[in-house]
Design a protein around this ligand. Structure first.
Ligand SMILES: Nc1nc2c(ncn2[C@@H]2O[C@H](COP(=O)(O)OP(=O)(O)OP(=O)(O)O)[C@@H](O)[C@H]2O)c(=O)[nH]1
Ligand SMILES: [Mg+2]
Length: 265
């Protein structure tokens, strides 16, 4: 199976080398696509040096900070063009521990999208002050309530998509670009009828580098959710969806680290 891990970066020089080497050392064979927006700290050059040493690494350079959503899309398009079966997205700052990647891929046998979730039993967040916890929890609750999303962590950026999902969702028609891109993608996937599963992750606050989330992003995300809510009951273009084997019941499930996958009809 061809697995690509897409890592958008903006000023992640202190993280990217170690992160990529940990991904390449995983027991699942994954390739890496770094999408760098001309980071002023030179992350793009560091990524180029890594790519020069290892053909499993590719770098997409964009002219400037064009946003997280279009960074994911650029990575998806390259991965799809090169025949990827599974496309994983994750942050560069070690908030998403690459050690969870095998479990995400494993669970993707049963779900079209799998999410590394903070908000299911055994998941959680460490080293976040209460304001940040409250913001994340509130954003998630607002998105779930307004859009009827069934996943427990709708704003998580640690995901594994099947190729089929990204081919059938019209990526060029996604209007949000910042952090709300994640909510919009999930909304479109659920509406289309794709199955979503979750594994619990412990999300660690970044130790190196700076956060890029701003007040403006928060307002933009609220606007996105409200705008999407208006489209909730519009007719949909139907696409054929593959049937995946259901998750087996029984004690074996613990191997998948699955405590409570989002239940979807
Ligand atoms: N290419 C690209 N990457 C971005 C952009 N904005 C953020 N990123 C990357 O997206 C990932 C998530 O961004 P963070 O700044 O960690 O945002 P966050 O995780 O919501 O915030 P913190 O909890 O403060 O870390 C990181 O890998 C960033 O480097 C962007 O405009 N372009
Ligand atoms: Mg982060």
């Amino acid at each position: 199976m061809d697995i690509r891990v897409i890592i958008p970066t903006y000023n992640e020089k202190d993280n990217i080398t170690e992160l990529v080497s940990r991904i390449l050392a995983l027991p699942v064979e994954a390739r890496v696509i770094v999408v760098d927006d001309n980071s002023p700290d030179g992350t793009g050059d560091v990524a180029d040096q890594l790519a020069a040493q290892n053909p499993r690494i590719k770098v997409i350079h964009r002219a400037g900070k064009l946003g997280l959503g279009t960074a994911y899309i650029a990575g998806f398009k390259l991965g799809l063009a090169e025949g990827a079966d599974r496309l994983i997205t994750m942050d560069a700052d070690f908030s998403h521990d690459p050690a969870y990647i095998p479990a995400l891929v494993n669970l993707s046998q049963h779900y079209h999208i799998t999410i590394g979730s903070r908000y299911i039993p055994q998941g959680g967040v460490v080293n976040w002050e209460w304001q940040r916890r409250f913001l994340s929890w509130g954003a998630n609750a607002f998105a779930r309530a307004s859009l009827g999303l069934k996943a427990n962590d709708c704003t998580a950026g640690f995901r594994c998509y099947h190729r089929e999902v990204l081919l059938n969702i019209d990526l060029d028609r996604i209007f949000s670009n910042g952090y709300s891109f994640l909510v919009e993608m999930l909304f479109k996937c659920q509406r289309q009828g794709y199955q979503v599963g979750e594994i619990p992750i412990i999300f660690a606050n970044r130790e190196r580098g700076q956060s890029k989330i701003s007040q403006r992003e928060i307002y933009k995300a609220m606007y996105t959710v409200m705008r999407l809510a208006l489209t909730r009951f519009l007719p949909l273009r139907h696409v054929p969806i593959s049937t995946l084997p259901p998750l087996p019941t029984g004690p074996d499930n613990s191997k998948n680290l699955v405590e409570k996958p989002a239940s979807h009809s």
